[in-house]
Design a protein around this ligand. Structure first.
Ligand SMILES: *[C@@H]1O[C@H](CO)[C@@H](O)[C@H](O)[C@H]1NC(C)=O
Ligand SMILES: [Cu+2]
Length: 232
């Protein structure tokens, strides 16, 4: 009886969360939110808000295959806070990763090919041995993080990835909400960011943090997808 009730609750929650999607069209620099799709490359889903679900798709990178993304590059200082904002909230339960990749010179038109991506920030899930699982990113309008002081100066793509896990119990069910901003890091340091990965390539879709039933039974632990955060 108890497990039946839990399952019914889980299914009701799942149904109520099925529809709402989101994009990440703005950065926050010096406390100011930039207008939509000015410093962020416009994504295929700017109207539909639909997620990427194929982790091998080229769209897992910046989701701009429909029209190769262009954006204006904005200055951010190493060691300072910046943010990435959605067009609403991070509605679904799930986790967040922010990756960066340094362009060889200008980031304008740079595709971000190769093992060039490193993680600068993440918001994982919180578990307690099977009693509950919570998602601190759920419901946030966006994320704020500090750029490492050791981050070298230069032009970068900064890639938001919110992984919605509400229907992730089947392969390909996790929903990736993605966008790439263009920033010029000033006043940088001399660190060597890593570990670096290729995107797509970083995930197979079978990771325990991507192919997961978050509703029932409640996971006892959670493994954040992707490499460790580089903090400089
Ligand atoms: C929980 O930990 C076990 C043992 O390390 C691991 O095999 C499993 O994949 C983890 N589960 C999740 C959802 O990360
Ligand atoms: Cu949705």
């Amino acid at each position: 009886m108890k497990s039946f009730t839990k399952l019914a609750v889980a299914l009701a929650v799942l149904a109520s969360r099925a529809a709402a999607h989101y994009t990440f069209p703005s950065l926050v620099v010096d406390g100011t939110t930039t207008p939509a799709w000015v410093n962020v490359r416009m994504t295929n889903n700017y109207e539909t808000q639909a997620p990427v679900t194929d982790v091998t798709s080229p769209d897992l990178r910046c989701y701009d295959s429909a029209e190769p993304g262009t954006a204006t590059t904005i200055d951010v200082a190493a060691g300072q806070q910046m943010g990435i904002m959605s067009d609403g909230t991070i509605y679904h339960p799930g986790v967040v990763n922010v990756y960066m990749a340094k362009a060889p010179d200008s980031v304008d038109g740079w595709a971000g090919d190769g093992d060039v991506w490193f993680k600068v920030y993440q918001i994982s899930a919180v578990t307690n041995g099977g009693e509950s699982i919570t998602f601190p990113a759920e419901g946030l309008p966006g994320v704020t993080f500090t750029l490492p002081s050791a981050l070298p100066s230069g032009q970068y793509l900064v890639r938001m990835e919110a992984i919605a896990l509400h229907v992730a119990q089947t392969f390909g069910g996790a929903q990736f909400y993605i966008s790439c901003g263009q920033v010029e890091v000033t006043n940088g340091g001399s660190g060597t960011p890593g570990p670096t990965v290729a995107i797509p390539g970083v995930y197979t879709g079978y990771e325990p943090g991507i192919l997961i039933n978050i509703n029932y039974p409640i996971p006892t632990n959670y493994t954040q997808p992707g490499p460790a955060v580089w903090s400089g």
